[in-house]
Design a binder for this molecule. Structure first.
Ligand SMILES: [Zn+2]
Length: 262
């Protein structure tokens, strides 16, 4: 008899975005943990990821991770990547785990220490429009996002749904079409429209445009900058939900999103 997966969730280890919310730890900054059946991923393990995973209830043990995914090299997304690699590889003694990262996270001024790399089973370099597999999970990239450094969002193709993750980026017209999963997790750093500011992040207005076009079943806002924090993310989410007619919630540190039930 076929048994349905009973372990499929996304946990928000941290919901801080950009420098000030991270450095003041107004929100935690450990990125995301995804578990699908027996496969565990850490996505963008920013500063504090190791501590936050281990102190999470129930505990999430980084030594059980199958892979670490970096959307890009910025510190708020990669601060704990090296210590997480040590955890995955049993301090470097067990050759295991896969790291998925853009090429510029590994080259000049790398965020992944070279001496740790051989202990990983594999390092896969992220490219545009490519599908990757790790254990029970497959995910794909789309076009590069518009953000300093090489940056990728992900579409996770799960049996119950597709989960799209739009990380740091400036808005561009193809965004809603290439990240059109039923569940949309989106980094919204800015409250007010970006306009001509030299800031490659999404604003609430951009998120509204994306929701109206991509029509996800559920949108989860995360990675909040200072202006979002001051506006109270849950209030922003409620207003977005009223305006778009689509379910919108604001992530909180430690929030677990069940991915079962389609
Ligand atoms: Zn960034």
């Amino acid at each position: 008899m076929e048994t349905k997966a009973n372990n499929a969730f996304l946990k928000f280890i941290g919901t801080a975005g950009a420098r000030f919310v991270v450095m003041k730890q107004l929100r935690a900054s450990g990125g995301l943990w995804m578990s699908i059946e027996k496969t565990n991923l850490s996505i963008d393990p920013g500063p504090g990821a190791l501590v936050r995973c281990l102190s999470s209830k129930p505990k999430l043990d980084p030594s059980t991770l199958d892979a670490i995914l970096l959307t890009h090299r910025h510190l708020d997304h990669s601060g704990d990547v090296n210590v997480m690699i040590e955890a995955v590889t049993g301090g470097g003694f067990k050759k295991r785990g896969v790291l998925f990262a853009p090429e510029d996270a590994l080259e000049n001024d790398p965020v992944v220490l070279r001496y740790l790399r051989d202990s990983l089973q594999k390092i896969e370099i992220l490219r545009e429009n490519t599908t990757y597999h790790v254990g029970d999970i497959s995910f794909s990239t789309a076009k590069k996002l518009h953000h300093p450094g090489e940056t990728y969002g992900f579409n996770f193709h799960l049996s119950s749904c597709t989960v799209s993750l739009i990380t740091d980026t400036r808005f561009f017209p193809e965004l809603p079409r290439v990240y059109n999963g039923e569940v949309l997790v989106i980094n919204v750093v800015r409250l007010n429209p970006i306009g001509d500011d030299p800031i490659d992040h999404l604003s609430v207005e951009d998120v509204k445009t994306i929701i109206r076009s991509a029509k996800p079943r559920l949108t989860v806002l995360t990675h909040f900058g200072m202006t979002m924090m001051k506006a109270k993310p849950w209030k922003v989410a409620q207003a977005l939900e009223e305006e778009t007619g689509v379910r919108v919630i604001a992530a909180t540190d430690g929030m677990k999103l069940d991915l079962e039930g389609g």
